[in-house]
Design a protein around this ligand. Structure first.
Ligand SMILES: Nc1nc2c(ncn2[C@@H]2O[C@H](COP(=O)(O)OP(=O)(O)O)[C@@H](O)[C@H]2O)c(=O)[nH]1
Ligand SMILES: [Mg+2]
Length: 352
């Protein structure tokens, strides 16, 4: 999974990036144009249990790639060209400054202003993409192709939403629209997790979460972090980190909070494949059917899918071994219509 960090200048994006990835990228903000990329493994207690049980040769965690646009531009805008570097992310993390940034000489906080201006930038970037595509098609449509006219109509529908100052994620998207959205890699259909960047003395940050949810509405995914502290924590060894967190009254690391919130925002569940060769975790959208899930293991398996043999994590842990699960009759054989449940461990049977 790939997450793009967005937000206003000096909101703490790079500090948060450092905290999440344990890297130590310069936040003085004078390097230009580049892009910071960091990959972290998704911690999962269930993986640790499986590893103990199977003693596998290979362990593969789910990973999240964080993308931060390096350096600051001179204007307060991200800029459409720079935004273009975030077209391939699965979702955004929008950092909102909720602390007075004395280092950057900005005292007033303006969360609703920041949210509005970044939101507007994303909308304008999408309008631009839709407009260009429409123009290209209009040139071709002089030949009178009905398919092209149909496409132009779909683009008009997208444009209407954007013209009303609404992101595309605010409404239902049809399959035809989705195809164009994918092709143009539009930005506003992507989900956004808001991270209120709070001052150290405001930890744990319930007031900031409340402030953002008053602005954004209750169905928004919001976490509070102190990016500066997260960045410091990211440089510490596990033991030291735990000690320091306790001292500061931080219950869960920014990374853990972010991952949990992100999984529920994107409605993801995790399934596993377990054995002595490899223990591996896979995130998939809830309601994903078994053959599609199998394709994540190997692309051939979807094509030749026969059945899935499933044991859920809870049963496996409660009973201690695959053999005990089978004895109790909790080992299931499922077909093509089976929807993956969180914590399922699969063995896929296939024939190609
Ligand atoms: N006091 C305080 N300062 C912060 C915090 N987060 C970032 N800063 C400072 O704000 C400045 C800009 O941070 P940076 O992460 O580069 O912001 P960016 O422009 O959004 O990438 C840096 O000097 C940081 O040290 C925070 O949580 N508290
Ligand atoms: Mg930065």
């Amino acid at each position: 999974m790939k997450l793009g960090i967005i937000g206003s200048k000096h909101s703490g994006k790079t500090s948060l990036f450092n905290g999440l990835t344990g890297l130590n990228v310069d936040t003085s903000g004078y390097q230009k144009g580049g892009i910071n990329i960091g990959v972290v493994k998704v911690p999962d207690e269930r993986m640790e249990r499986f590893i103990k049980m199977y003693q596998p040769k290979k362990i593969t965690y789910t990973t999240i790639e964080f993308v931060d646009l390096a350096g600051s531009s001179d204007s307060d805008e991200i800029g459409s060209q720079r935004l273009g570097q975030l077209r391939e992310v699965d979702a955004f993390v929008h950092v909102v400054r909720c602390f007075e940034n004395s280092e950057a000489g900005i005292s007033k906080i303006d969360p609703s202003g920041e949210i509005e201006s970044i939101g507007l930038e994303l909308i304008l970037a999408d309008m631009d993409s839709v407009q260009r595509k429409t123009e290209r098609l209009e040139k071709q449509s002089r030949s009178g192709d009905a398919k092209i006219k149909e496409q132009i109509k779909i683009l008009e529908g997208l444009k209407e939403t954007l013209d009303n100052n609404l992101p595309l994620r605010s409404r239902k998207i049809t399959l035809e629209e989705q195809a164009i959205i994918d092709e143009l890699q539009l930005l506003t259909p992507k989900q956004i997790l808001f991270a209120a960047n709070i001052a150290e003395q405001d930890i744990p940050g319930n007031a900031a979460v409340k402030m953002l949810s008053d602005i954004l509405g209750e169905n928004t995914s919001i976490i509070a972090v102190c990016a500066k502290i997260e960045a410091e924590l990211g440089q510490l060894e596990e033991d030291e980190r735990r000690e320091y967190m306790k001292e500061l009254g931080i219950e869960s690391s920014g990374l853990n909070k972010l991952i949990n919130t992100c999984y529920s925002m994107l409605d993801l569940v995790t399934f596993f494949t377990c054995g002595p060769k490899e223990v591996k975790a896979y995130p998939v959208a809830r309601h994903t059917k078994a053959p599609r899930a199998a394709s994540k293991v190997h692309s051939d398996i979807e094509r030749g899918f026969i059945r899935a043999e499933v044991i859920n994590y809870k049963d496996l842990i409660a009973l201690g071994s695959e053999a005990a699960v089978k004895e109790k009759g909790l080992f299931r054989v499922e077909g093509k219509e089976y929807e993956v449940q969180d914590g399922d461990t699969f063995c896929f049977r296939f024939n190609v």
